[in-house]
Ligand binder design. Structure first.
Ligand code: GLC
Ligand code: CA
Length: 598
């Protein structure tokens, strides 16, 4: 391949292209395809860009301060115009909202806060008519303590069929006063809660890897497996195109329930992802007693058969925070799940070496099972990328285990890097996810007053972990209005406070501004939809400076990302398709990405 982006001076592109500041470079916008491209060789999900909606924070139609289904429906055209292929809606089912919907009381009912089953059906129909597919979120590891099954378990006896749907155990110690083992809740504190027996005296303990209001199910119980098959069918019958699987690596526990060796925790939801490069190096052990147990795969083979029995076949994406890409690939074998979030990419520091290694290893590991990577930079659990990248690198951890990050924050720099990261992500082979507000360049809101924090993590960690509220602040749609258009003007205040600076990153302000994050995402998504070399397919690295990522897709597309501290010259190209910052005189500035036709 041509040597490009080398530190030596090299010829620049044609003067017509290089005389235009790249962020203003002409981009031909064609109307979005009504049906995302799909063929037997490359099914739609192998290339899809899927937009994550966290309903509480997206749009509030009835003005009670909490986003709802009618709000989502009213914004579907915005999403169609943005250029995404599908939406993933995080849990909207009936729930006491201890974990904002990830504590499900009834999978077949919509929580009244969000609307009705009729609203959900209407949303699915409207989305489909706009050419958007719809994924929901299934939560198999646990249910709410208000689920009928758990209520029945509480009033039933030790050893009963009702208790066997969950993980009840006798405690240790003379009177059972100590928890059955040392497992910890992901939100802080122990993972066991003791309940009173039917006679009112202290009885067994139940397992909850998350909040006490989220009892873990016993997946060795056939009734549990049957119930989830039925839930999948219930929503597939309503036209839902697939599911994101919550805590997809957690349902099977080691049969002996041994203590966790806390001196050497290799794997875990939120344990490995704290951005410590030493941890990113991966301990390489796979004997964690409640994550990634081998029995999990049998469940997914069964789910795959359910999804394949529908026409067209439905799909899954796994949330599986496992330590090794080879383990992730196991979930994506041809008879298991279709895709899994690439969290290694998400947690990678803004450093060319880490990114290159993650990209290479992901493609290789997943390619071995004929799967494609599913790139992701953000979701409702992690620190927004503008803030992550605005901290010194390698650093800027993705999750918040030990309180606020005291290191200096430069949001201008973080935004610049987030723009470049978006072009990198959307040029890579495979699918990608965009988390609501990412396309506006929202940052993590880190100064929410303690008394307004909502995430159970904050209370459960005794206030040592600020929790995930900072990435869940309601979306600003307009520069004015009491909630920046999130809800009707004068409605109830949003469930989390929006900073006044959100006015400047609202949809209305960014629309039509060629330098805005929103227009960058729109341009990139439209180019991606129509460019034959993007999405699924091969990529080849070009020779480049070690701190520059440069790769070619197909015959005519190249992406170059400069992560070095100095501008680098671009080798010959035909046209600039899009750039994250101006690329004048054939020079690519630091923290800039560019899409070229070659
Ligand atoms: C997943 C969700 C997270 C939730 C947890 C428990 O990690 O993404 O938001 O708190 O599972 O269901
Ligand atoms: Ca509402």
């Amino acid at each position: 391949m041509t040597s490009i982006a080398s530190p030596m001076p090299s010829p620049v592109g044609p003067s017509a292209a290089s005389s235009v500041p790249a962020s203003l470079a002409p981009v031909v916008l064609t109307p979005p395809a009504l049906t995302p491209p799909s063929s037997p060789d490359s099914p739609w999900w192998r290339s899809a860009v899927i937009y994550q909606i966290y309903p509480r924070s997206f749009a509030d139609a009835n003005g009670d301060g909490i986003g709802d289904i009618a709000g989502i429906t009213s914004r579907l055209e915005y999403l169609r115009d943005l250029g995404v292929d599908a939406i993933w809606i995080t849990p909207w089912y009936r729930s006491p909202m201890d974990d904002h919907g990830y504590d499900v009381a009834d999978f077949r009912a919509i929580d009244p806060l969000f609307g009705t089953l009729g609203d959900a059906e209407a949303l699915i129909a409207d989305a489909h008519s706009l050419g958007l597919r719809v994924l929901l979120d299934i939560v198999p590891n646990h249910v709410s303590d208000e689920h009928l099954w758990f209520r029945a378990a509480l009033t039933a006896a030790h050893g009963s069929a009702e208790r066997d749907r969950f993980i009840f155990r006798s405690g240790k110690g003379a009177t059972g006063e100590l928890p059955p083992n040392n497992w910890q809740s992901m939100f802080g504190g122990g993972a066991w809660t003791r309940v009173d027996g039917p006679d009112g005296t202290p009885g067994e303990w139940y397992l909850h890897l998350f909040a006490p209001g989220q009892p873990d199910l016993n997946w060795n119980n056939p009734e549990v497996r049957d119930e989830y098959d039925d839930i999948l069918r219930f929503w597939f019958d309503r036209g839902v195109d697939g599911f994101r699987i919550d805590v997809a690596h957690g349902m099977i526990k080691h049969p002996d329930m041994p203590d966790l060796d806390i001196t050497n925790i290799g794997t875990g939801n939120g344990v490995s992802a704290n951005m410590d490069p030493a941890v990113l190096g991966r301990a390489g052990r796979n004997d964690h007693p409640h994550w990634n147990q081998p029995g999990i795969h049998e469940i997914y083979r069964r789910w795959r058969a359910v999804a394949d029995s529908f026409e067209p076949p439905r799909i899954f994406v796994a949330e599986a925070w496992v330590d090794q890409l080879e383990w992730l690939a196991d979930y994506l074998r041809p008879d298991e799940l279709h895709s899994a979030f690439n969290f290694d990419f998400l947690v990678s520091p803004w450093r060319a070496g880490y990114l290159r290694e993650t990209i290479e290893n992901s493609i290789a590991a997943l390619g071995a099972v004929e799967a494609v990577p599913t790139w992701v930079l953000a979701n409702h659990d992690v620190i927004r990328q503008v803030t992550r990248y605005g901290r010194p690198q390698p650093h800027g951890r993705a999750r918040r285990h030990v309180g606020d990050d005291p290191t200096p924050l430069d949001l201008v720099l973080g935004t610049r890097r987030a723009r470049a990261a978006a072009l990198l992500m959307l040029a890579l082979p495979g699918g990608a996810y965009v988390y609501e507000g990412e396309e506006l360049g929202l940052w993590e809101v880190e100064d929410i007053p303690d008394d307004l924090r909502q995430d159970p993590t904050f209370a459960q960690s005794g206030g040592t972990n600020p929790g995930r509220d900072g990435c869940r602040v309601p979306i600003p749609w307009t520069a004015d209005g009491s909630s920046f258009g999130f809800g009707p003007d004068g409605g109830t205040r949003p469930w989390l406070p929006q900073p006044p600076t959100f006015a400047g990153v609202s949809v209305a302000v960014e629309t039509g501004d060629p330098e805005s994050m929103l227009e960058l995402y729109r341009s990139a998504l439209h180019l991606r939809t129509h460019h034959p070399d993007l999405g699924d397919g091969p990529m080849a690295w070009d020779e480049s400076h070690p701190d520059v990522l440069s790769f070619t897709r197909g015959d005519s597309f190249r992406c170059v990302v400069n992560i070095s501290p100095a501008a680098v010259p671009l080798a010959a190209y035909q046209d600039i398709l899009l750039a994250s910052a101006p690329a004048d005189d054939g020079l690519l500035a630091p923290d800039t990405a560019i899409w070229l036709s070659i």
